[in-house]
Design a protein around this ligand. Sequence first.
Ligand code: FAD
Length: 418
Amino acid sequence: MAMNVKPVPTLDDEVNEIRLATAEIVNADILPNEDRLWGWLADSANATNEVKEEAKELRTQIQGKVKKAKLWAPHLPPEFGGMGLSFMQHAYMNEVLAYSAGASSLFGVVAPNSGNQKILVKYGTPDQHEKWLKPLTDATMQSGFSMTEPHNAGSDPRSLTTRAELDGDEWVINGHKWFTSNGYAADFYIVMCRTADPDAPGSDNDKMTQIIVPRKTPGLNIVRGVPVWGRSSSHCEIIYDNVRVPKENQLGRTGTGHQAAQDRLGAGRVYHCMNSVGSMWRAFDLMIDRLMTREVHGGEKLESKQFMQGFIADSYMDIQSARLMTIHCAEKMESGADPRTDISSIKVFVPQAYHRVVDRAIQVYGAAGVSGDLPLASMYQGARTLRIADGPDEVHKILIAKNVLRRYHAGESWDFGN
Ligand SMILES: Cc1cc2nc3c(=O)[nH]c(=O)nc-3n(C[C@H](O)[C@H](O)[C@H](O)COP(=O)(O)OP(=O)(O)OC[C@H]3O[C@@H](n4cnc5c(N)ncnc54)[C@H](O)[C@@H]3O)c2cc1C
């Protein structure tokens, strides 16, 4: 089923055109070819060279079409080869792009490279742009983001112990990371390092620095790809053992690492949530299609059963509320109002709604729902994972409660209209 995208009357012509042009490529070139593009990945060890070559050719063809339509790299400014979209335009494009999992890679957006590109744009020097950002954008290099550690709580980045110390003109890095996504393919990692003692004067937030570490640096040892959901993965465990890199590999000023991570996550959470909305949209379409065609006892269609009608209503409400909450949060960010409570709210609510919507679609499909023939099983795993990555649910709920209580303690109440 094609994605039904029409102009949104409250949006300006430019965003509507971007959404329609994106949907055209998703519907015409990606959805009908999902199997040829990615189907073989489920059993890549047994895939023939012919199948792989065909997928590669198809990818190149679609990427060419995307570039011709000027839809390449929506997350980057034009001077770095991107579309130069505004924050809201990018958010509205994402829900269309995410209708087909994997489509974003054909539009030049590949995590974690895309997040690293944004950090490099904002914090990188002209030399770093030339050396690291340009090859990332040309796809001649790959990257990873190395923050989480097995022995410290990733949900509290201030607890991280990976240490970088200056020795002359070099940073010397020692630490143990894991879940560095894209770890095997990466040519370099952006590593979150502690560059001041926890008890040194100053705020905890100013004691971290992000440092670029090329993969081939002596002392950088990839221990393994940590298996995820029962399968091997490229989310790597990495030991940094006296790794030496030039001082100029640090990103931004010393002590700005925490802020850079926040920059990466703030707007990123809106984009991720709009991606989840696009995925929910697909799961919903798939569910309705099955309800309208599957016959059960006595030849009745599933759509005639009230349990199933309840699924339609619940998923409709989940998608609408997730979408509107995300757009409201994005508008608040855009207007300069304090969006922190809303960012935490969408970070909790949207992945949970996504989880519920996909869960219902899987139930409707029965065994087919958990099979590799449909995108639902991998969506389900993605939705579950989102409740942990980028800050687990509980941490964001604590933040929401703190922000609310702070206001009431200050003698004010909450204004839900703003
Ligand atoms: C598929 C995947 C890809 C990832 N990719 C990357 C990557 O590329 N780079 C990277 O650096 N990291 C990556 N991560 C790691 C991710 O960012 C962390 O898993 C996340 O930040 C949570 O940290 P943690 O796993 O250490 O959990 P912990 O911080 O140990 O938290 C575990 C649980 O404890 C509970 N909890 C935590 N704090 C509180 C609290 N204050 N109050 C109540 N309950 C609490 C929550 O339920 C939480 O889920 C990835 C993770 C996954 C699953």
